[in-house]
Design a protein around this ligand. Sequence first.
Ligand SMILES: [Zn+2]
Length: 250
Amino acid sequence: MPWPVGKRWVYSVTYDEGCAALLDHVVPLHQRHDLPGHVALVASQIGVPRNVPGSSFDGLPILTVADLTGLRAGGWGVSCHGLTHAAITPSNAAEEVVRAKAVIEATLGWEVPIFCVPNNNDGYPASRQAAPAAGYRAILTIYDAVNPPDVDPWRLARVPIHSEYPPPFYSAWDPYKRLHQARDLGGWVIDYCHCPLPGRTLHPWKDCTLEQLAERFETVRRVGGEEVWLAEPNAVLDWLCNAPGDRDGW
Ligand SMILES: [Zn+2]
């Protein structure tokens, strides 16, 4: 296994859009579990109400630079979720992937080396095409899978943890989703949701509730024990870059 000594698998969790309401309940929950989180931020929408008409999260306040600086000091990380949250295509990638990196880094004042594909995986091929030359080193997707020990940083899978999943199955909430698979594979689970709230979701196909998130963390700790490394994705990538082996091409 490529993971730190004594660790058999890895668990991370990411919150797309970076809603300011994360500060109310989700961040304190992370602190109780000593688990650093990660937010995927639309580069043009930091510290302002979200402006993505039609989105379930349109109009919600987004974390400010000061908020994000504080989270970073607590071990949290960020990724770039496009310039405007437009679906990535070959014709807009220069703006939405390349210029977005410069904009988010100028706003935050630190390097942001992970791109997070907005909308859905249809934007992945154009993102994959543009991201390496833009200076990124990894891409977060919503392909629902466990990342294996020889993970491809350019196609990081994420596991949706939502209260319910779309038709035709309407799969019910499962706090164990992919955890035993990750343990057996020695893999890396990167959870994906938006802004869990007490007792409700803004959209059941895009989020879990705060109580379900707490159950998820408790389940990770019960299944993982001392063998799971609770880590922020940038820290995992740093570890893999520096791990022995043939990862020099990163
Ligand atoms: Zn998004």
